[in-house]
Design a protein around this ligand. Structure first.
Ligand SMILES: Cc1ncc(COP(=O)(O)O)c(C=O)c1O
Length: 368
């Protein structure tokens, strides 16, 4: 079976470097918030762009929560998000005290800038978009609308490490960017990890306080913080992977290019890349009418697939109960969730595997 993703492949690519780093960290005798974390924060921020600062945290959810808090979001503030985004973005907003307000995505699955204005109320503080599946959102219009309505802009970049729009990396368009370094992410560790980035150093300094019990210096607590520290081992592993990002992105681009040119089945809708947007292919998403039938056909032929995700966040039980959302409120999102299928995409795939995915998808005939 060709898996949707298989992490051991990525590990094996740089095994010697990962293992040398693990030994270095183990022998250093310092395991949380140390030299590796500081080095990673600097290397990642420098790689993203000029004037960028980064605070490493323990996962992407807390990056969202603490980044929003550090930017001043608090109880009752409304944040506009795309309805087809990931639940973690929504949880981060709620845990920061905010209230998510959903809008439909555009034809590229990204937040539709044209729908922001209608969702604004007197309590709206900002927009938090997710560059979903690895493609940068078309930022021109988003920035214009945010400026026009004096809204803060937050970017969930958990799926978009080094995806760019007209030359700027995601995470640097708005006030704050949030990253996850969960193992499956393009820049993923061998455990949990996350990062907050901003060109505003005060915000990053505040996240560094919040992530460590709210303390600025040891045993002196100036904020009601949490424990959200990034450990040395993960930072060390992330430094290894970060140094190889260009070739890893090239690998994924090659796989995506082959899918895009090879898949010709009219029953399968391919992803579109908007002009000016660069895609890092965190996931390769196609759409079909018969989601389950298509997935079963591929599975029987030895190609695993996934759905990212079948139930959108506003229809999750915890959201329905709390906010009273119902099916039918966001038909574009629901149509997406009912038709998307994730094809295999990972750090390394052989040409034979890529061929097999393409051939199998092209053989699919639907119900007819
Ligand atoms: C869009 C998005 N936001 C946030 C997260 C949360 O990241 P983590 O799993 O590191 O908490 C994820 C990862 O799964 C994600 O895909």
């Amino acid at each position: 079976m060709i898996p949707v993703n298989e992490l051991i492949r990525g590990y094996n690519l740089y095994r010697d470097e990962y293992e040398a780093r693990a030994i270095e960290v183990l022998r250093s005798g310092w395991y949380i918030l140390g030299r590796q974390v500081e080095a990673f924060e600097k290397e990642f921020a420098d790689a993203l762009g000029d004037g960028c600062y980064c605070a490493g945290v323990d996962n992407g959810l807390n990056a969202i929560r603490l980044g929003l808090q550090a930017a001043g979001i608090s109880v009752g503030d409304e944040i506009i998000v795309q309805a087809n985004g990931y639940i973690a973005t929504i949880l981060g907003i709620i845990q920061a005290g905010g209230k998510p307000v959903f809008v439909e995505p555009d034809e590229y699955y990204q937040l539709d800038a044209e729908r922001i204005a209608d969702a604004i109320t007197p309590r709206t503080k900002g927009v938090c978009l997710t560059h979903l599946y690895g493609m940068a959102t078309r930022m021109d219009r988003v920035l214009e609308v945010c400026r026009e309505h004096d809204l803060m802009l937050f970017e969930d970049c958990a799926q978009s490490h080094f995806a760019s729009y007209r030359g700027t990396n995601t995470g640097l368009f708005g006030d704050v960017g949030f990253f996850s370094f969960y193992p499956t992410k393009n820049l993923g560790g061998c455990g949990d990890g996350g990062g907050v980035v901003s060109r505003n150093k005060d915000i990053i300094d505040k996240v560094k306080v919040l992530r460590n019990y709210g303390s600025d210096v040891r045993y002196h607590n100036i904020e009601i913080g949490i424990n959200s520290r990034l450990d040395e081992m993960q930072a060390g592993f992330l430094r290894v992977k970060l140094s190889h990002m260009p070739e890893l992105i090239a690998n994924r681009n090659h796989i995506a290019d082959r899918y895009l040119s090879g898949i010709t089945n009219p029953l399968v809708i391919l992803p579109k890349v908007a002009e000016g947007c660069n895609h890092i292919w965190y996931q390769f998403i196609v759409r079909v009418d018969d989601q389950e039938g298509f997935r079963n056909f591929l599975k029987d032929a030895g190609v695993a697939t996934d759905i990212s995700w079948k139930v959108p966040p506003y229809l999750q039980p915890c959201m329905i109960d709390k906010y009273g959302y119902r099916r039918g409120m966001f038909p574009i999102t629901e149509a997406i969730c009912d038709s998307i299928v994730t094809l295999p995409m990972m750090d390394v795939m052989s040409e034979e595997e890529i061929d097999k995915v393409i051939e199998t998808v092209n053989m699919y005939k639907g119900n007819s």
